[in-house]
Write a protein that binds this ligand. Structure first.
Ligand code: ADP
Length: 162
């Protein structure tokens, strides 16, 4: 069984993430999308909300499971009997940070391989921060995120303004 874990903050999930999830399910037996509870980034949505949004957005994609995790990623991967970590690679600017993470994870758990999926070119500019910024300025994000994320962002920023 090839079981992969796709970790991230997913604050919120974007169409770029969904694209990586869809493509990964074609090459593995099971994909666990792992929502990081602890993040160094400033997080807008709770881990529960971020998890719910991915569950809703991936409900029609087979082989996908969504879970949240805290602590060491390699421990979560082992606990779930997985042996692959999936990460998305957008531009060369992602490379330094991503390769450092992959090398550290290799050191912590040599049996786990990190595989990079190169983003689809139409999503190469897309990240959660830019989506949050556009949504906060009332811009159109419908082509950037799944419907459930758009709905939650709209509600959140409308309430903030009220
Ligand atoms: P993190 O906080 O761990 O960087 P993110 O939620 O920002 O988590 O991203 C999770 C993973 O998805 C990372 O590997 C990131 O490179 C990848 N990713 C984010 N946006 C895109 C995109 N538009 N296309 C492809 N991969 C992406």
């Amino acid at each position: 069984m090839k079981i992969a874990v796709y970790p991230g903050s997913f604050d919120p999930v974007t169409n770029g993430h969904i694209n990586i999830i869809e493509r990964t399910t074609k090459i593995v037996d099971k994909l666990i999308v792992a929502v990081a509870v602890d993040s160094k980034k400033t997080i807008l949505f709770s881990a529960q909300k971020r998890t719910e949004m991915i569950k809703e957005a991936t409900k029609n994609i087979k082989k996908v499971e969504v879970k949240s995790f805290s602590g060491l990623l390699t421990d979560f991967v082992k606990k779930n009997k997985a042996n692959i970590i999936i990460r998305g690679m957008r531009a060369i600017s992602d490379f330094e940070h991503e390769s450092q993470l992959a090398l550290m994870n290799k050191r912590l758990a040599p049996e786990i391989e990190t595989i990079f999926m190169v983003t689809c070119s139409k999503y190469s500019y897309l990240n959660s921060s830019i989506v949050k910024e556009i949504a906060s300025l009332n811009g159109d994000i419908s082509h950037l995120v799944p419907e459930i994320a758009e709905k939650n962002l709209r509600t959140l920023f409308l309430n903030k303004k009220a």
